[in-house]
Design a protein around this ligand. Structure first.
Ligand SMILES: [Zn+2]
Length: 341
């Protein structure tokens, strides 16, 4: 390699290093359920290993601090901010004690309408109805929001590829043969775009079809109000807003988006008696209009799920975050070192 070229590459790498601010990590649950179709759970054991790696390899900071330092050049250890989305009760019961043990600051983005609901989030309820029962009818035949969906449920054990997975683009035709897991992803895609009321009706219809009780599982519940208050009392922790009902914001009208964002923020403020200044977009979904509403709502920082490290040039209202899976400490360290490099 010619030496001028090598020098240019070294300069570029050094500048990239200076410009890189750090990493924002996204967690959802610290738990070990029987099935986890979105890979949103980290076991308590792996979570503790990951915190040990962060303490050793990075500079743990609170998200607002990273936002305040965003435009500064980064020298020395890179910053790592820990975030949790949705507001599961296991954040208080399983994650908080481990965070405290390692002195890790964290922010919890909470769906205000789920507090005290004693109901599972819809994607968990759907998992309970489709993936948990010992037996299901052989044919799925349920109308949702005025549209009838018919599929045949077949066992595809050992099938080399899965046609319908987490990122479905084309929906299966009527009477298609689907495994239970494929059916779960197909129904998730349909339900995620419904408004609150049709969403609840669709889940009721599916529970009737599956002949399952509407009973929520205690270890899947969102935070109760008293849980939120005790989480917020710890000086290591902050609470951020994550809307009232966790919709895909970019699919809503301006007025609906405004209501979801400002009411979600206000409900948390009235419970906690302090301003809420951070936000994360449910499903990572936003448009230019969404960002403008977030700015006007006097929020100071907002996070997406665009999976990459944070740079000085990033807009504080669309900060990228990396979703962490149930990786062992070693696997997590390998990835973290790559993101921080
Ligand atoms: Zn969420």
């Amino acid at each position: 390699m010619n030496s001028a070229f090598r020098f240019a590459r070294q300069v570029k790498r050094a500048l990239t290093g200076f410009n890189r601010r750090g990493v924002i990590l996204t967690y959802h649950r610290v738990a070990q359920p029987a099935s986890d179709p979105w890979q949103l759970c980290v076991s308590p054991e792996h979570f503790a290993e990951q915190m040990e790696v962060i303490a050793r390899c990075g500079l743990p900071v609170a998200l607002p601090q990273m936002q305040r330092n965003l435009k500064r050049f980064s020298v020395g250890r890179k910053e790592i901010a820990i975030t949790f989305d949705d507001g599961y009760a296991d954040n208080l019961h399983n994650a908080a004690p481990i965070l405290v043990r390692y002195g890790m600051p964290a922010i919890f983005f909470v769906v205000s309408g789920a507090l005290d609901s004693r109901k599972e989030f819809w994607w968990d309820e759907l998992e309970r109805l489709i993936l948990s029962p010992a037996a299901l009818p052989e044919t799925f035949d349920v109308a949702m929001d005025g549209v009838r969906y018919c599929y045949r449920i077949v066992s595809k054990q050992g099938a080399p590829t899965r046609e319908y997975g987490q990122d479905i683009t084309d929906m299966p035709p009527a009477n298609a043969e689907l495994s239970r897991l494929e059916l779960y992803y197909v129904l998730s895609k349909i339900i995620s775009s419904l408004a609150s009321e049709p969403k609840n009706t669709a889940l009721r219809q599916i529970s009737l079809w599956a002949n399952q009780s509407p009973q929520a599982r205690s270890d899947y519940l969102p935070l109760a109000v008293k849980d939120l208050i005790s989480l917020a009392q710890n000086p290591l922790f902050e609470i951020g807003a994550h809307t009232v009902s966790h919709p895909k914001l970019s699919g809503l009208s301006t007025v609906e988006q405004e209501t979801e964002i400002t009411r979600g923020k206000r409900e948390l403020e009235s419970i906690l008696g302090r301003p809420i200044t951070s936000f994360s977009y449910p499903h990572g979904s936003y448009s230019d209009v969404t960002v403008e509403i977030v700015r006007r709502a006097r929020l100071q920082v907002a996070c997406t799920i665009e999976g990459r490290p944070v740079s000085r040039s990033d807009d504080p209202f669309v900060l990228p975050r990396i979703i962490v899976s149930n990786w062992s400490g070693d696997l997590f360290e390998e990835r973290l070192r790559r993101w921080l490099a």
